[in-house]
Design a protein. Structure first.
Length: 226
């Protein structure tokens, strides 16, 4: 768990999509209104564990965290990787879930801001204008996350590993403008994301290079003749 209570950089906070449109002068009142509490985590720390109560929304202020799911055999699947500005936990609390069915782990030293869900969704007695803006921004983020989920489903529902790799790299290419693209996932994490083991992914990538479908260097890839 986080051991320190870091200071919040208001200027950096206003760059995060969830807080878009807020004035700097509004930040202290808003953070108080939603019961915001920052926490720092070292690489490998779990922010939340499967089975924990779902009662807060988290915002990554610094670093990177992964949303994970493990099956009964201990196989890990990466649901999402979230960098600074990303929000997590909102799908569970907005959907009426009382318990998390996933875990959240820091993959590097990270700072996270937690906000009480009930206080976010229910306007305070002052009916703060910025409170409504926060809720509208969150709805937009949830919509964007749903699009990301559909994109992942497009990848993982492909029948073969080669088709999954090509679908994943095609999405990266569209997002990054073609040519060489950089995956935010290393080989182990990419294997988890695709639902295969690392050795199988490595073999398939090498075969795809031999077949002149792709070239790659570590986590940089380029599609060829596709």
């Amino acid at each position: 768990m986080g051991q320190t209570l870091p200071k919040i950089d208001y200027d950096a906070l206003l760059e995060i999509p969830l807080f878009k449109g807020l004035g700097r002068a509004d930040v202290p009142a808003l953070l108080s209104c939603v019961g915001a509490r920052p926490a720092s985590y070292a690489r490998g720390d779990f922010l939340l564990m499967e089975g924990d109560a779902a009662n807060a929304i988290g915002v990554v202020l610094h670093g990177c965290v992964q949303v994970l799911k493990e099956d009964v055999f201990g196989n890990r699947a990466i649901i999402n990787e979230l960098e600074a500005g990303a929000v997590f936990g909102e799908s569970f609390v907005c959907g009426g879930s009382y318990m998390l069915s996933v875990s959240v782990q820091a993959v590097e030293d990270s700072t996270v801001l937690f906000m009480d869900f009930d206080r976010v969704m229910n306007s305070c007695t002052r009916a703060c204008e910025f409170h409504g803006l926060l809720v509208r921004n969150m709805v937009r983020l949830i919509a964007r996350k749903n699009v990301n989920l559909m994109e992942k489903l497009e990848v993982v529902t492909k029948r073969t590993l080669r088709e999954r790799v090509l679908a994943y790299l095609s999405q990266l290419s569209q997002a990054q403008g073609g040519g060489w693209v950089t995956s935010p996932l290393g080989r182990v994490d990419l294997a988890d994301y695709l639902g295969v083991d690392r050795s199988a992914l490595t073999r398939e990538l090498n075969k795809m290079r031999e077949d002149e479908l792709i070239v790659f260097e570590k986590n940089r890839y380029r599609l060829l003749n596709v």
